[in-house]
Write a protein that binds this ligand. Structure first.
Ligand code: NAD
Length: 400
């Protein structure tokens, strides 16, 4: 989506070596979301380094692929942030870590970046959150999207367990933390507006998507559940809860004339026809308050940059957010003028803000910052994305 992060600028506390109490973090998953890749700007370890400076101490990385953990740790240890990773241990699973954990290694924060089918469920083996609540009670959990890969009621059961355990929890819908998104919220709040409609469009650049699993909806859930979820979540952030029974959708299948793509970078013939992903999915629904939402996801663009935008309409107002991933621009039309105000947000990094806010809440309580995406709320986004997939499959040649 964008190039690798530029980590060349120096974080003051690394440079000076000034340090107070270590801040123990446990990372689950040694993959792209936790350690970065050239797929996009996500990289939680980098944001933790930015936020915590030389206080950061990554106590362990949990990943069944020990070689992958070794490789990411070797890279960190060869860089200026090495002190955070010098003592990092590698474990295949969380049970092993909990058995071996010394009091000095107890994490203050757990960042979960393992695939969705390892979590969000009460089925053994897919119940990471429940395991963590049992083995490491009370330790705050940051959990990536989508919040689950299995049955929706099971995800809501996990939400209930998290709530009952009173563990702090934040879900990885980082676009909510964009300054542009917060400005949209502020305009709605200050002018006492009611959202009438959300119109969202997410077109990915498919040429760069080289993970075979992504192209297999049996494994990824499909592009709306795996990727479009961010814009379904943003739609819900503005429109509120969705009447799930109202969701309607259509898709362009891989086997239809408009679904033929010329630059797929993986061998799609190895994926069962029934599991190949749709090229376009378009959906509409009613929000519970009576407003309406529409969303279109496209696997259509080549090159690198995604084309994503969301419009929010209220009486007299159009709030239009363009390119939230790379260079967010907010266009605002208000009553009294047909002209649009244009707001830009130089250097805004929602991945940093979501981690930073969570750490501020952990350290200083809810008066210091706000968690904008709860586990239960993320379950509702998961539910919406499944409703879109199922509705679109009703009119498709290949159904699940
Ligand atoms: N918020 C965002 O923009 C964003 C961006 C990228 C990925 N993600 C999400 O993050 C999650 C991980 O994606 P990724 O791109 O890092 O995938 P990845 O395949 O690059 O990495 C996942 C890692 O988790 C490991 N793993 C598998 N089972 C495990 C288990 N039980 N315990 C611990 N580790 C386990 C795998 O071996 C792998 O190394 C997905 O849910 C994805 O949707 C979110």
């Amino acid at each position: 989506m964008t190039a690798m992060l530029d980590v060349s600028y120096i974080i003051p506390s690394w440079a000076t070596g000034s340090s107070s109490e270590p801040y123990n973090v446990l990372l689950i998953g040694a993959g792209n979301v936790n350690f970065g890749s050239d797929e996009g700007p996500w990289n939680h370890s980098y944001r933790l380094e930015q936020k915590l400076g030389s206080r950061l101490r990554v106590v362990a990385v949990i990943d069944p692929l020990l070689d992958r953990t070794d490789a990411v740790l070797a890279k960190k240890r060869a860089s200026f942030v090495k002190s955070a990773y010098e003592g990092t241990k590698a474990y295949k699973d969380i049970v092993e870590f909990a058995k071996q954990m010394t009091p000095e290694d107890k994490p203050k924060l757990i960042v979960i970046g393992s695939p969705a089918d390892t979590r969000g469920s009460d089925v053994p083996g897919k119940d990471l959150e429940l395991q963590l609540i049992g083995l490491l009670p009370g330790i705050p959990l940051f959990i990536e999207k989508p919040i689950a890969a299995g049955e929706i009621p099971r995800a809501f059961r996990v939400a209930k367990s998290i709530e009952e355990s009173q563990v702090l929890c934040s879900a990885g819908y980082m676009l909510r933390y964009l300054k542009a998104v917060q400005m949209m919220k502020q305009i709605i709040r200050e002018n006492n507006l009611t959202v009438m409609s959300t119109i969202a469009c997410y077109a990915c650049a498919y040429e760069q998507i080289l993970k075979p699993d992504w192209w297999n909806k049996e494994l990824s859930g499909g592009p709306v559940i795996e990727q479009g979820t961010h814009f379904c979540d943003l739609s819900r952030y503005f429109g509120g809860d969705v009447d799930i029974d109202s969701v309607q959708a259509h898709a362009v299948g891989w086997d239809e004339a408009p679904g033929k793509l010329s630059k797929i970078g993986i061998d799609e013939s190895k994926i069962e026809p029934v599991n190949r992903i749709p090229r376009v999915t378009t959906a509409n629904w009613k929000y519970k308050n009576g407003a309406v939402g529409t969303f279109t996801h496209l696997v259509a663009l080549q090159g690198k940059t995604y084309a994503c935008e969301i419009e929010v309409y209220c009486d007299g107002y159009l709030l239009k957010l363009v390119d939230p991933y790379n260079a967010p621009v907010l266009r605002v039309r208000r009553p009294g003028s047909d002209a649009e105000e244009v707001h830009t947000f130089e250097g805004d990094d929602p991945f940093f803000s979501e981690i930073s806010n969570f750490i501020d809440v952990i350290d200083h309580g809810p008066q210091a910052a706000e968690i904008l995406s709860s586990f239960e709320d993320a379950c509702k986004t998961y539910e919406l994305t499944w409703a879109i997939r199922l509705a679109s499959e009703r009119s498709s040649t290949y159904k699940k």
